[in-house]
Design a protein around this ligand. Structure first.
Ligand code: SF4
Length: 176
């Protein structure tokens, strides 16, 4: 594991970090069908989500550029399964950490690909479709947009997806 990138991930506040081989990532076309069902209400509303984010073939080629991947999580604790404020707070914390990670790696010329949890929220609201992306070099596609199943990547990185009752794990990746 690259000590520098791992250190940036840790400094950003992520505690659960695992390493995986990007060559073993499996892109699944059915994930795009789940995106099209639009349960997250982001389909067709963000430059980094389908259909604007590009084809699965593009991501198949892109992922091959990287030799090491890191899966990291924010594990939020909820009072119960209906603790929506707790769920939203966990999502906000994860996004804030992801934004911090973007800042930490912005000084490097190294090619690092971040894959987020859900639609890109780097500069809300997204300019899609009325204006070009404000930050195409750092915009963050979701893991799902690239056709990855989050659970599969957790397994690959040897990190639990489920952390017990009344918890929710927000997952993202960094590839270098
Ligand atoms: S960087 Fe901003 S404009 Fe670009 S995809 Fe992300 S939220 Fe949208």
């Amino acid at each position: 594991m690259s000590a520098e990138l791992k250190s940036h991930i840790e400094k950003s506040g992520f505690s659960t970090i695992g390493c995986f081989d990007p060559a073993k990532l499996e892109i699944r076309p059915e994930v795009r069908e789940m995106c099209a069902a639009d349960k997250c209400h982001e389909f067709g509303k963000n430059w980094m989500c389908p259909p604007a984010c590009g084809s699965l073939e593009k991501y198949q080629t892109l992922l091959k550029r990287y030799h090491t991947g890191y899966l990291f999580q924010t594990v939020a604790e909820m009072e119960d399964a209906f603790d929506y404020p707790g769920i939203e707070e966990g999502s906000r914390t994860h996004q804030q950490r992801l934004n911090d990670l973007v800042k930490h790696i912005s000084h490097t010329e190294q090619d690092i690909l971040l894959l987020g949890a859900g639609a890109c929220k780097l500069c809300e609201p997204c300019t899609y479709p009325n204006a070009p992306c404000r930050n195409p070099k750092r915009a963050i596609p979701s893991m799902e947009a690239t056709g990855l199943v989050v659970y599969d990547v957790c397994e690959l990185a040897n990190i639990p997806y489920y952390h017990g009752p009344n918890t929710i794990a927000y997952c993202s990746c960094a590839l270098e």
